[in-house]
Design a protein. Structure first.
Lengths: 197, 481
């Protein structure tokens, strides 16, 4: 009788289910406790919001064999240096704007979202913005009204989303800050805008 | 007892009367999901279509939110459906349960209307509270989140209390704990943070621990119940299998969460954890196929509800291929670096949600309609040889497989051209999007989407008519329950 075998019994599998579930969940909690400090703002992997005062580039790392963000010389966003609090307020405005305008249902951020528009993880560094001198103005103009800016041969355009001047600045700040996050080399083989002086 | 073959609520117990209400809304939202999916798909082909009126972001949001909500309605309906039979006790708070159903349905309606007519708000926290949270799958504004949590807690207490007063079976034990986890996890998605890495860390707790853990266990419970009902498999067998599945599912799925932590800023050790455990995730799904097919074979597929049994088998295979194989194909970080956030994900998402969840809820619809009509005959030799349910089954499954393969082809093109060659830039993205191979995939997706819609229409027609005027009683299957 197969059912008399311990490995086929209901009670054995009930206990196994409980122990495996409990064990996995505890492991997840412990890993979470280890991970959260490593991705908190101001950590090595996720820099403080005031990082928007500096040049951020994405360079190949010889030991990790992927590109990693590198924080360089002072290059304040919109030419104005912000303290930590001001920087956080601006990035927060930008993040709230990306949520309330539903960016994630066309774009991906850190690779998550929808696939109708380009990934925004490193968009601050994208060659599309031309040169680093005109980048900030280009981005602001684009975000405020992209509807008349055709940039591909199939006519797919971003709609105008009633984004104010201040919100657009916030979005640019958020994008610049996001480009400084160490994403383990995602996106791979990214070709950055020329930023050297 | 009402006449056989007539739709009469006297044929249902209290929980089941509530269940069919949930099922009805689920079907309506299923239809909405398909409609808005077709609109979004069309915008890939004609970008100016509805531009500025119903933009892609809106259509896509309604598409995926309708999906989440109709599946949740399907689950809640299924739980209420089996509750009185399993517990052998009346639902303790049926009136409250009914009230919550209406509250929840009213809230869903308001949320959808706001999505469609307000769409976006200013960059303030009030937008997140009132309009749209802007986080994929859980876009519902915060007021609705709170409403959802309160509602599902009431459902939970209703279910737990009913089992406690009546019979506490193995299925009941798993179901109650699973519902607690399912609803508890939702709380992880209910706060705002500016730090997008922390944001996505907890966001994945909701999304992943729902669809790759607690939802899977939920459908395992429904499957156990379904096999007892349709085939008459003994309780001892299905409950032992249920425990095996829970062990394998949670054992692989909880830490499989790691495969979402490759690229969001989280440390590199998640490569090994996520890669290893998510590679194990298909195993419980294979077990489920073995379970369902073996039981069907052992009974010579003699069953009292052919459409339901066919959809249970479709579930077993769809879950294995959609969630298991399609997920495994791009789960290891070495490939995911190129496929993450491309049409690969869309391909996997479609087959997985359909195969794992839509199928089994459709099976429950058929169990529901059979009982609602007084327990009519639904085995072989139906009028017209049962062509409607068979064609619906065929068209829905073929349509879905077609969409999945079409998006996979586009996904290959996108990961090669945009990611590997062009380096994921803006121009790289569009270089892939305008490539003829990519565009072909998008066309075929739309074509198969229409096929899917035809299958859906047929399914609804069949559910409305099957068993109508039938004078034969259903086959009695031996049941140790």
């Amino acid at each position: 009788m197969a059912t008399s075998q311990w490995w086929a019994s209901e009670s054995f599998w009930r206990k196994t289910a409980i122990w495996v579930t409990g064990g996995s969940f505890i492991a997840l909690i412990l890993l979470t406790m280890d991970t959260i400090p490593q991705i908190s703002t101001g950590s090595k992997r996720v820099p403080a919001y005031s990082v928007i005062n500096y040049r951020i580039s994405y360079k190949f790392d010889e030991t990790r064999h992927v590109q990693v963000p590198v924080i360089g010389a002072k290059e304040p966003l919109f030419g104005k240096e912000l303290n930590e609090e001001e920087a956080e307020a601006l990035v927060k405005l930008g993040k709230l704007t990306t949520q309330s305008k539903n960016c994630m249902n066309c774009h991906t951020l850190l690779g998550n979202g929808a696939y109708y528009a380009p990934d925004l993880t490193k968009s601050w560094l994208d060659q599309y913005w031309g040169t680093k001198e005109v980048r900030e103005v280009q981005m602001l103009e684009f975000i405020k009204d992209p509807s008349d800016k055709v940039h591909n041969s199939m006519g797919r355009r971003m709609p105008k989303l009633e984004i104010t001047d201040e919100e657009a600045r916030g979005v640019v700040a958020f994008l610049k800050w996001m480009s400084s996050i160490d994403t383990n080399g995602f996106p791979y083989n990214f070709k950055s805008i020329e930023q050297e002086n | 007892m009402a006449t056989l073959g007539m739709l009469d609520s006297a044929n249902l117990n209290g929980g089941q009367k509530l269940a069919v209400k949930y099922f009805t809304v689920a079907i309506v939202l299923f239809g909405a999901q398909i409609l808005f999916g077709l609109l979004s798909g069309l915008q890939y082909l004609y970008p100016d279509f509805l531009y500025g009126v119903l933009d892609f972001s809106v259509n896509r949001m309604v598409h995926i939110n309708a999906l989440v909500v109709w599946l949740l309605y399907g689950f809640l309906g299924s739980v209420y459906w089996l509750l009185e039979e399993e517990s052998q006790h009346e639902v303790v708070g049926l009136k409250l349960g009914n009230l919550i159903y209406w509250v929840l349905t009213a809230a869903v309606t308001v949320v959808v209307l706001v999505y469609l007519f307000v769409q976006i708000g200013p960059g303030k926290e009030s937008s997140i509270w009132l309009i749209n949270e802007g986080r994929e799958y859980i876009e519902a504004p915060r007021w609705a989140d709170i409403g959802i949590v309160v509602s599902v807690l009431v459902v939970f207490f209703n279910v737990a209390a009913t089992f406690s007063k009546g019979r506490y079976t193995g299925i009941a034990g798993v179901l109650v704990l699973d519902m607690l986890a399912l609803f508890g996890i939702y709380l992880a998605g209910m706060f705002y943070t500016t730090n997008i890495s922390i944001d996505q860390y907890w966001w994945w707790w909701v999304i992943h621990l729902w669809v790759e853990a607690t939802w899977e266990v939920m459908v395992a419970c429904i499957m156990a119940y379904g096999l007892m009902k349709v085939l008459g498999v003994s309780r001892k067998i299905v409950e032992t299998w249920l425990y095996i599945e829970v062990a394998l599912m949670f054992g692989s799925g909880i830490l499989g969460l790691g495969h979402h932590y490759f690229w969001i800023g989280t440390p590199e050790y998640w490569f090994s954890i996520g890669g290893f455990f998510s590679a194990l995730e298909p195993i419980p799904l294979v077990a489920m196929v073995v379970h369902a097919v073996f039981d069907a074979g052992a009974r010579h597929a003699k069953n009292n509800n052919h459409p339901a049994m066919a959809w249970l088998i479709a579930h077993a295979f769809g879950n294995f291929f959609g969630a298991g194989v399609w997920g495994f194909m791009h789960t290891l970080p070495q490939i995911n670096l190129y496929t993450h956030g491309t049409q690969w994900s869309a391909s996997h998402g479609h087959l997985a949600f359909f195969g794992a969840y839509a199928t089994i809820i459709i099976a429950m619809f058929y169990l529901g309609i059979q009982r609602w009509r007084g327990g009519t005959w639904m085995s072989g030799d139906l009028p017209g040889n049962g062509w409607k349910w068979k064609w619906a089954l065929g068209l829905l499954n073929l349509g879905m497989v077609g969409m999945t393969v079409a998006m996979l082809v586009s996904g290959y093109v996108q990961s090669q051209i945009e990611r590997a060659i062009e380096g994921s830039t803006w121009m790289g993205y569009f270089a892939a999007q305008i490539h003829p191979w990519f565009v072909q995939g998008m066309w075929w997706r739309e074509v198969f989407g229409v096929m899917f819609l035809v299958g859906f229409v047929l399914l609804v027609w069949d559910l409305l008519t099957i068993g109508k005027g039938e004078s034969r009683k259903m086959i009695e299957v031996s049941n140790a329950a």
